[in-house]
Every structure is written in C-alpha cells, then in structure tokens.
Design a protein around this ligand. Structure first.
Ligand SMILES: Nc1ncnc2c1ncn2[C@@H]1O[C@H](COP(=O)(O)OP(=O)(O)OP(=O)(O)O)[C@@H](O)[C@H]1O
Ligand SMILES: [Mg+2]
Length: 337
C-alpha cells in the first residue's frame, strides 16, 4: 500500500504537486491519469525518494522509502526506461541491480525470460529500440519480486503484442495481491487495465474513484433509439413525460430513462424499433470532460497556416496548398525558396 499525505512539490514558482492525499491499495490496478505536466512523474519520483517533497509524506507499507531495508524487494518501478548505462548488456544491467540488492543471480534470467528479452540478453542496451528498452525497464521493476509495482507510461513504445502482454502482467500482479500503480495517456488501454483511478490536474487531486464510477460521474449516458415511425415514437415519449432529442441522422437520444423502460413503452404502443441501445461514454470522454480546465499545454486545433489566403499557391514542383493553407504550407514555402 502507498499512502500520500498532503504531498506537495514546488519547483521555484511552479507548484508541480499540490497537497495530494490518497491511498494506492493492494489487489487492484490503480491508474494514474492527468494531462501533460499534471505532476504524475513528479509524484512517482517522490514516492521513490528520488525527489524530496516540499511538504507532506509518502509511506510505503507504513514506512518512508529510505527506511526500507530492501527497497527493490519492496517496490519495483519503471520511471524512465532510458535511465540505464547504455554500454552494459541487458543481462549485466540487471545483474548489477540484483547484486546490489541481494537478489540471487538466477532471478536475472527469469525476468529476462518474462519480458521476452532472453535472446538479446548479451546485447548492449544502447542499441535497443524504444520497446525493448521499456521491456528491460519492466524487467528491472520485477527483479526483486516486490509487492508494490509502479510504472510510468509503461506501454510507451510497445507493439500490440507487448501492450497485450503488459496489460495481462499488471492484472496478474494485482490478482496476486500486489499493489500496482500505473500512469498512461492511452485511455482505451487504461480502461481495459485499471480497476481504480487517481486523476490529477495541475498537481491537484481531481478524482479518486473506481473506473465505473469515474465514467458514470464524468460523462453523459443516454439511450439511443431508431424507429421507422419516429413521429409516433416522439408522441408516445412526450405522452409519457420523456424528453427526447432528435439527432441530425434521425436517431432519438433520451437521458434519464432506462432502455428497458423505453422498450416496454414502445411495445405497449406496438411501435417498431430498429435500435434501442444504452450509450456509455468512454474513459477518454470522461477524462477530457474532467480535466478540460486543467490542461496547460493546448495544441492548436487549426493547422499552422490555416489563416493563409485560399489562393496561396506553393512553389513550383510543390502541390498547391489546400484552401486555408494546410499542414506544412509555411515549411513547403521555405523549402521551395
Ligand atoms: N526537475 C524539475 N525542475 C523544474 N520543474 C519541473 C521538474 N520536474 C518537473 N517539473 C515541472 O513540474 C510539472 C509536472 O511535471 P511532471 O513531469 O510531473 O508531469 P507529468 O504529469 O508526468 O506530465 P507528462 O504526462 O507530460 O509526463 C511540470 O510543469 C514540469 O515542468
Ligand atoms: Mg510524466
């Protein structure tokens, strides 16, 4: 279990983490979400005593990290996959970690097998691809067979098979009763992996709740209906005091009434329905809704050059910019000049 109490980190003017109080529990996967710069990595660094809190505390199974007798056997973490000596082979990198933490040599081979790097164990890690580096970082986290595991964006760079593998790995680790804390920006992946969510924005706690409640509380759920007798359906709904909104494509959307109730109402009036489907927003929609105000780094929705005159022609040999400039129009002009 990891307990944060009023955890705060200030870098000069910047309040990176602002009074976080929450608990990461064993037996489940807890997802850690927040927009870029929200303070996730800083929080994780403070959990591992890599950064000193300005205020507040982190307790790992009731102790400060520096009080742990065998840190790597208590907490395994992947924070930055590149944080290793590139000149060392994967095997030697793990062996160094094992020997300095009283972990038997045989465990190195085991974790290399687990992460699928046994065939490149003798290769220097500086030649590794992004995904191979992530796998080696994950091997390091697993090395001490710890009860608490922490991963900062572990699926970054992994191929589909690797993503599937780490999803199952995290679920299995949690099912064994371990504490698994993982950050990711891949919402669809998080929705499949995490049971509980801690969401922060600009360093502050925005939500600490189960995945199901998070989606329910931060998004709209409604029922979608389609019928060849849409006018009569609207009358029947209105007669029952149900408000429906007609969409551009001719569907009806109803808030606040269960699909079963709507189906029975339609049946009582012998109305044909071609669709009656409860719609639940995705984790991504719920996340965007909750964090909209705390996003610090916005991309421009219009591509650069979008305000260029519609007749802006590119240089010879370069396709004319589409109306409104188009992506790369400025760059193409420079390239052609
Ligand atoms: N060593 C540092 N010195 C100064 N400012 C820092 C330092 N580390 C982090 N920050 C600042 O603290 C804030 C939180 O950064 P952090 O890396 O924790 O965010 P994050 O949630 O992990 O973001 P991302 O999703 O982009 O990884 C940012 O504004 C960042 O610039
Ligand atoms: Mg980060």
């Amino acid at each position: 279990m990891i307990e944060l109490q009023g955890l705060t980190k200030r870098y000069g003017e910047k309040l990176a983490v602002d009074g976080l109080t929450c608990t990461v529990r064993p037996g489940i996967v807890t997802g850690f979400l927040g927009p870029n710069g929200a303070g996730k990595s800083t929080t994780m660094r403070m959990m591992l005593d890599l950064d000193r809190p300005t205020h507040g505390t982190v307790l790992i199974d009731g102790q400060h990290y520096r009080q742990l007798r065998d840190p790597l056997r208590t907490v395994g973490a992947l924070l930055d996959a590149k944080a290793m000596h590139g000149g060392r082979s994967a095997h030697n990198h793990l062996l160094c970690l094992a020997q300095s933490n009283g972990i038997p040599r045989a465990r190195v081979r085991e974790v290399l097998d687990t992460v699928g790097l046994a065939s490149v164990a003798g290769k220097r890690s500086k030649g590794f691809s992004l995904g191979m580096g992530q796998r080696l970082g994950i091997a390091g986290a697993l090395l001490g067979d710890p009860q608490i595991l922490m991963f900062d964006e572990p699926v970054n760079g992994l191929d589909p098979e690797g993503i599937h593998w780490i999803r199952n790995l995290m679920k299995n680790l949690a099912a064994q009763g371990r504490t698994v804390f993982v950050s990711s920006h891949l919402m669809s992946e998080m929705a499949l992996t995490a049971d509980h969510l801690i969401v922060i924005g600009q360093g502050r706690l925005l939500a600490d709740t189960s995945m199901a409640d998070f989606i329910k509380q931060n998004s709209r759920s409604y029922v979608r209906l389609r019928s060849p007798e849409v006018e009569r359906l609207l009358d029947v709904l209105a007669g029952a005091g149900v408000t429906a909104v007609t969409t551009e494509d001719g569907h009806l959307e109803v808030d606040g009434t269960e699909a079963a109730e709507l189906g029975e109402l339609a049946a009582r009036h012998r109305l044909v329905l071609h669709e009656l489907s409860p719609q639940q927003a995705s984790l991504e929609e719920a996340f965007m809704q909750l964090t909209a105000e705390s996003v610090e780094y916005h991309a421009h929705s219009a591509p650069p050059g979008a305000d260029a005159p519609p007749d802006a022609a590119g240089p010879p040999g370069v396709a004319a910019a589409p109306p409104g400039g188009g992506w790369g129009a400025d760059w193409q002009k420079k390239k052609g000049s």
